[in-house]
Design a protein. Structure first.
Length: 430
């Protein structure tokens, strides 16, 4: 008999806690932590904060606070506490020993969410590396948790005199290096594809920004508005949840003016994104690093949007993306009752990704920047240069093409690089 009752997943209840370090952004990071907990299917029932300039080296919180947490958790019948910072292995162990509670730090929480979201082989490998690197210094000398998770396999050939934790570390290091190897192979294919895209001479634009800001929705609407039915087939995954996108997707956008550019959608950011995770996602983010223009999508309807912009700026800096021109795209204006949109102010756009007029204005802004140094010129290519004609038709905006006795006459918009390349064929238009 089939079970007709649906099991309602019970959400584990947790307490969140953090040290304010006297920082103005503390409240925002605690709100963000609660959001992260929710994204990991946890229910936040209370929060504990303390204003210490420096964290306690042994227990993060001061000892009075630790007792307070223990009592609060007992009163609420909660077993897990989530901490706003990354804890050292010994702080975690001390806190658990002192309270009998389970502690999860911000890093582990983010890693869990990423692990849950990862779908492709590449994303899964990237997240697993980051998780193993996090686990490595945290293996308890007597514990064997990771082996249990992995079914205890592959551990039979242990060397004489080797302790279980050394063995675990060795197994983990081996796994990390295997995964890195696999990723390197995958990256090779990606690099080839990326190189091909670079060679195509189409300008590259990347959507970046805080998670859930509307990057994927913006990409989908650009595809919808400018590619119609074929654009709908190339849609990427968008959803109201943190870290919906983990993999970079690249799509070609072709405008009615025949101008074309490549658009990439990337993983969203959050403050204190674990360093290991950023490291492993660097290949995925290479697309943004190579872009000619970045569109930073901001959820303008979120009261904390300014902090989110700071977080995005910091993360870009950490990845090493610093010198690329950027458009600020203030999205979800439809959710702010008193806001006029679409509206352009220099390179800042207030818009809604769900509004076609907004999307058209965004496209116009993008093209005005990426094609600013393009020039329309007349070329005359002898028939022996048929390959160049085909190349130009594939990679540049050809405005007209006429066959003459001397060869093919093209009126074409060229990038500065192409201008140099085809200089010999340029016809002076005096
Ligand atoms: N009302 C409204 N909702 C929007 C708008 N743009 C996006 N959304 C919603 O915001 C949510 C997140 O959108 P995504 O496009 O998935 O966000 P993202 O930036 O790609 O997020 P990650 O991939 O998680 O980093 C979805 O539920 C969208 O429908 C908008 O202009 N107005
Ligand atoms: Mg997305």
């Amino acid at each position: 008999m089939t079970d007709t009752y649906q099991t309602i997943p019970t959400q584990e209840q947790v307490i969140i806690g953090g040290l304010s370090h006297g920082k103005a952004s503390f409240e925002y990071t605690m709100t963000e932590l609660a959001e992260l907990a929710r994204a990991d299917n946890l229910e936040v029932v209370d929060r504990v904060t303390q204003n210490l300039d420096r964290m306690d080296a042994a227990t993060y919180f001061g000892s009075g606070k630790v007792t307070e947490i223990k009592e609060l958790a007992q009163g609420l019948n909660v077993q897990t506490v989530i901490i706003n910072d990354e804890l050292s292995p010994s702080q975690l162990a001390n806190l658990e020993k002192r309270t009998g509670l389970h502690f999860i730090d911000r890093t582990e929480l983010i890693l869990e969410i990423f692990a849950d979201r990862a779908k492709t082989r590449e994303a899964k490998a990237q997240v697993e590396i980051a998780r193993l690197q996090y686990a490595l210094p945290r293996i308890h000398p007597s514990a064997n948790t990771l082996d249990q998770q992995r079914g205890g396999g592959g551990l039979m050939n242990r060397g004489a005199g080797e302790t279980q934790s050394e063995l675990n570390r060795r197994t983990i290091r081996k796994r990390i290096s295997d995964l890195k190897q696999q990723l390197a192979t995958m990256a090779k294919t990606e690099n080839t594809k990326r190189q091909r895209r670079r060679n195509s001479a189409l300008p590259q634009v990347a959507l970046v920004g805080y998670t859930n800001a509307g990057k994927s929705t913006t990409m989908n609407q650009l595809l919808e508005v400018f590619a119609g039915e074929s654009g709908s087939k190339k849609q990427v995954f968008e959803k109201n949840m943190l870290f919906a996108t983990l993999d970079t997707s690249v799509r070609e956008i072709q405008l009615p003016t025949n101008q074309r550019f490549l658009l990439s959608d990337t993983v969203g950011f959050v403050s204190s994104l674990p360093h290991n995770l950023i490291e492993s996602f660097k290949t995925t983010l290479a697309e943004a690093a190579q872009a000619d223009l970045l569109i930073q999508v901001v959820d303008y309807s979120d009261p904390n949007y300014q902090e989110m912009m700071v977080t995005t700026a910091q993360t870009l800096q950490e990845i090493g993306i610093t010198d690329i021109p950027m458009i600020y795209a203030f999205n979800k204006a439809d959710l702010k009752g008193d806001t006029v949109y679409p509206e352009l102010d220099g390179h800042d756009l207030t818009y809604s990704a769900k509004d076609p007029a907004s999307i058209k204005l965004l496209a116009r802004l993008v093209t005005s920047i990426i094609f600013a140094d393009y020039q329309t010129v007349d070329l005359l290519l002898p028939f022996s240069q048929a390959k160049d004609v085909a190349e130009l038709e594939a990679t540049a905006e050809v405005k007209s093409k006429v066959y003459t006795d001397q060869g093919t006459a093209l009126k074409v918009s060229l990038s500065p690089a192409q201008l140099t390349q085809y200089q010999a064929f340029q016809v002076s238009t005096r």
